[in-house]
Design a protein around this ligand. Structure first.
Ligand SMILES: Cc1cc2nc3c(=O)[nH]c(=O)nc-3n(C[C@H](O)[C@H](O)[C@H](O)COP(=O)(O)OP(=O)(O)OC[C@H]3O[C@@H](n4cnc5c(N)ncnc54)[C@H](O)[C@@H]3O)c2cc1C
Length: 407
């Protein structure tokens, strides 16, 4: 089976590795050259670490371990520790994308059966009789019975196949790396500081560095971004203290969030990773999702060798959706055995009033019985909104639109 893969990020490169190992012949096209950076929170969840180990990175991509996620709101902290098997602590890892993506791409390039190209920007699909028959690259057509588009959240392929669904660009993500002052170290947790209409993520990284990522309502952010990023990150006392004397070691990189696909495939082509849709990095699972779904796609391709992809791709897409439901449509009631005694967390995803495809409504119930909202959730986090949402959740609503429909 010959497969053309567009995009040598985590999804595309890991797929190429898995396919090469299964004896398929793969052409992998990456527009950039490595090392290349990308805006990301750089926290790899435990499922992603395990998938990286299966790919051939025994240390799960290196970096530094973290034990879970802590939400900070004012002086309150809710701790979500990753559930562990007895005697074995399950950890995520904080690793620079500059390092991680190069490692995965290098393994792909060294895998028998994989022909990996960098600086190879795919201009678009080659479509013949309504079917994708290959890709256009460097003015040539490279034919393949199956093309996998793993070209990221702003996928050109998704657009060119008319699979894109416009999403209002209502949230943005921005990140910068800092080297901590001598004597300061980040604790082994991803820390999330909740503000009004924005969150800051802090991920521990190797060499005394941390990644500080901002997720915010686009409307709340004025340009230039840098002064507001600096002002907001100085607000939470704990974050301010951690970054005292720290030196920025990268540029502030920003990107609009959210991308949506009408369908995950077209005749002769499949979308993978963020290209297939990307809601919001609030769950921090994008890398793990890309890795796990590419493992599954490789298994489908292998199991259906010689058959027209139209016969099995819908089944793969159903499985992909089911796999991601656990991450993306976290049902209300995902709770907390993994949380510290007395704290439970419930996170639901729902369509939002303003047209965004989904919003996280996260409810952290603290030991003292109070709630806090770790995401914007279509509400503003005020006590009034929390009370309103508690009633809606109790009544079984997962969307404010449904809850407010005239009966
Ligand atoms: C602000 C922010 C914070 C995030 N935080 C986290 C986090 O903490 N943890 C986590 O797990 N996930 C996080 N994510 C999500 C994560 O970054 C993505 O889910 C993940 O990178 C998806 O991998 P991918 O391979 O699908 O896409 P990408 O990593 O974007 O790779 C796509 C590749 O395709 C290439 N490409 C694009 N167009 C073409 C073309 N025409 N031809 C050839 N190549 C092309 C690009 O150069 C790129 O290398 C975050 C995302 C954002 C925006």
């Amino acid at each position: 089976m010959r497969v053309a893969v567009v995009g040598g990020g985590i999804a595309g490169a890991s797929l190429a590795i898995a396919l090469g190992r299964r004896g398929c012949s793969v052409e992998l096209f990456e527009a950039q050259t490595f090392p290349r950076d990308k805006p990301c929170g750089e926290g790899i969840m435990p499922a992603g670490v395990a998938a990286l180990q299966r790919l051939g990175l025994p240390d799960g991509g290196g970096g530094v371990p973290f034990r879970g996620v802590r939400y900070h709101h004012g002086s309150r902290v809710a701790v979500g520790r990753f559930p562990s098997a007895p005697g074995e602590e399950s950890c995520g890892r904080g690793q620079r994308r500059l390092v991680l993506d190069r490692q995965v791409f290098d393994i792909a390039a060294a895998t028998p059966g994989v022909c990996a190209h960098t600086a190879a920007m795919v201009a678009g699909p080659e479509v013949e009789n309504g079917r994708v028959a290959g890709v256009q690259v460097h003015g040539e057509v490279r034919r393949a019975p199956l093309v996998v588009a793993a070209d990221g959240a702003h996928s050109r392929f998704r657009h060119r196949l008319h699979l894109n669904v416009p999403v209002p660009r209502s949230r943005i993500g921005a990140r910068r790396h800092y080297r901590l002052a001598a004597g300061r170290t980040a604790e082994p947790w991803v820390d999330i500081f909740l503000g009004r209409g924005h969150e800051f993520y802090v991920t521990p990284l190797p060499a005394g560095e941390v990644l500080v990522a901002l997720l915010a309502e686009a409307g709340a952010v004025s340009q230039p971004l840098e002064p507001i990023f600096d002002r907001w990150r100085a607000a939470p006392p704990r974050l301010r203290q951690l970054l005292e004397g720290a030196e920025p070691v990268s540029d502030l990189l920003a990107t609009p969030l959210a991308a949506r696909a009408r369908a995950g495939y077209a005749p002769g082509a499949v979308l993978l990773g963020d290209a297939a849709g990307f809601l919001d990095p609030i769950t921090g699972g994008g890398i793990a999702q890309a890795l796990i779904t590419s493992e599954r796609l490789a298994a489908f391709i292998d199991a259906h060798r010689g058959r027209n992809s139209d016969t099995w791709v819908p089944a793969f897409e159903r499985e992909r959706q089911a796999l991601l439901r656990d991450y993306q449509l976290l049902t209300r009631g995902v709770t907390g055995t993994s949380f510290e005694p007395g704290s439970t967390i419930t996170v639901s995803y729902c369509p939002m009033k303003d047209g965004r495809p989904a919003g996280g409504i996260g409810w952290v119930k603290l030991a003292n019985g109070t709630f806090l909202n770790p995401s914007d959730g279509g509400g503003d986090g005020s006590d009034k909104a929390v009370e309103r949402w508690k009633g809606w959740l109790a009544a079984g609503y997962t969307s404010s639109t449904d809850a407010q429909k005239p009966k």
